[in-house]
Design a protein around this ligand. Structure first.
Ligand SMILES: [Zn+2]
Length: 134
């Protein structure tokens, strides 16, 4: 969804329902669907690829954007909550994940792997820089 906040116009852009089938006509001779799409999407006219609708968001743009600098901390996890997305639960101010449950679960091993990978890359750069000075 694209919102022109000044003009007050909102457009919703979505892939055409038959975009995958149409791809074959723009990539004749390519029976493999992935490669047909890869070729076709580079030359297909936008009108064939997307539908564009003028829509009215159910939430006002002002409510989505909020005000600059509005930020509180979640009483449970401590993370910053921006743009007035906090949820009041009695006396508590909570983030959506703590108040309603998150759409994800934390995979500690994946996070540790990412940081250890970054740490290894950082150490390699430091060693490279030290070696370059010699
Ligand atoms: Zn929280």
């Amino acid at each position: 969804m694209f919102v022109d906040a000044i003009a007050g116009q909102t457009l919703r852009v979505a892939p055409a329902l038959d975009i995958r089938q149409q791809a074959y006509t723009y990539a004749p001779g390519e029976p493999r669907h992935y490669f047909a799409q890869l070729q076709a999407y580079q030359i297909m006219p936008y009108e064939a690829m997307f539908t564009v609708q003028t829509v009215a968001p159910n939430v006002s743009v002002a409510a989505i954007v909020s005000r600059p600098g509005v930020c509180v901390n979640c009483a449970t996890c401590g993370e910053e909550i921006m743009n007035e997305r906090e949820i009041k639960n009695g006396e508590l101010t909570l983030c959506c994940a703590c108040a309603q449950g998150a759409y994800y679960h934390v995979s500690a091993s994946a996070g540790q792997a990412l940081f250890s990978h970054k740490r290894l890359a950082q150490q390699a750069r430091i060693q490279h820089n030290l070696a370059s000075r010699d």
